[in-house]
Design a protein around this ligand. Sequence first.
Ligand code: ZN
Ligand code: ZN
Length: 430
Amino acid sequence: MTSRLLCGFQTILLLLLIPFASSAVEPAQWAESHVDGLIPLYKHLHTNPELSLQEVETSKLMAKELEAAGIRVTTNVGGYGVVGVLENGPGKRLLIRTDMDALPIVEETGLPYASTVQAKGPEGVVGVMHACGHDVHMTNFIGVARYLAENRDRWTGTILFVAQPAEEGVKGAKAMLDDGLYERFGKPDFALALHVSPKDLAGTVVYRPGFSAAASDGADIVVRGAGGHGARPHETKDPIVQAAQLILALQTIVSRDLDPLESAVITVGAISGGTRANVIPETCHLKVTIRSYSEDVRKQLHAAVEQRARGIAAAMGAPAPEVTIWRGCDPVYNDPELVQRVLPAFRRSLGEENVREVPPTMTSEDFGMFARGGVPTFMFRLGTATEERLKADDGSCSLHTPQYRPEVRPALVTGITAMSSAALELLSKD
Ligand code: ZN
Ligand code: ZN
C-alpha cells in the first residue's frame, strides 16, 4: 500500500515536473539528441559546395533553415549574406556568425557524399570542395539557431544570425558591414563564431584570448625594366634580376626592420615574368601576402614593402615600379573579458579536459572585421580530428587539402553545445 501510494505520488510529481524538465533542456543534451537530424543537412552542404561570391543556393538554404526555425530573415546583405533576427525580449544583442563558401579544390576523400562539383572561378573551371569546414560551421549554426529558438524561455535579448559569403577571399564580412549590417540590424554587444581546427580532437574546443589570427593584407608589385636580347643584358634593365633582389630584400623587413618581439610574415607567393630563356622582358609581377597583428606594425610593413620596391628599382637604374598595397582583413582579436565570461560555460557543458588554450596563428579569418565600432568578438576553434587519422598523417587532418575529412557527428555535438552555452551565458535572464 505504502509503495503504491509512493508510486502514485511519484507519478504526480513527475507529471508536475515534466513541463519544467522539457523547458530546461541543456545544450549538450539537446545537441546529442538532435544531431542525427542535422547530418543530412551537413551532407547536402558538403556535396553541393559553392565558390566565394557564388553562394546562391547555399545562402537560399541558410535563409530557408533559419525561417523554418521561426527566425525573421533578410537576404542579399552585402552580396549573398543572410541575416536572421531572433527577438526575445529586452536584453543584450548577440551576433553569431557562420561563413558559407568553399574552395577551388578537387575532393579526394572517397566519401560517399564527396563533392564532384565543378564551377567557373577566377582560375577557370575548377573542382569545388568544402575543404575549410564551412559546411560544419553552417550545420552547427543551424543547430544553434534551432536550439535557441526552441528554448526561448532560457534567455532574453536579441540574436543576429549572420551567414556571410566569401570568407576565403576575406571579402564577405566587410561587404556585409559596408552594406549597413550594424545600422540596419543593430550593433551587437558581442559577436561569436567558431572555426574547425583540423588537428584537434573532435569533442574538444580550443581558444586563444587576445590576438588569435592575423590581419591579412597584400601587395601587387609590377617591377619595370627595359627588355631586350638575353645575350645583350647591358642594353636592357633586367626586371627579372631586379625582382630576385626585391624578393630577398622583402625578407629583411621582418628580420631587420621589426622589433623582434612583434609577429609578422611577408611571403612572395607568386612571381611571373618573361616567356623565353633568351628574352629579357619588360616587366615582372610579384604577388605578396603580408600578415601582422598590431595596426602600427601593419602600417610599418606596408611602408617598408613600398620603400624596398622603389629603392631596389632606383639602385638598378630602372623605372619606378607599380606598387599596389591593399588591406584585406583585420586580425581576430578575442576580447579577453568576453573570453573569460564564456569559458566557464564551455567548461561546464563540455568538461574541463575538453577546453584548451592554444597559441595564436598567423593565418587569417575575416571574422575580425565584426569588431568594427568596438564590438567585442570571440572566435573559438572546434576540433574535428580522430587519433587514428592524426597518426595516419594522410591529409585528412589539414585544411585546404583534397583529403580534409572532419569527424562530423562529435564535432557538431560539441560545437552546438559550446555555442549555445555561450549564448545562454551572454543572454542570461539574471
Ligand atoms: Zn579556409
Ligand atoms: Zn575557413
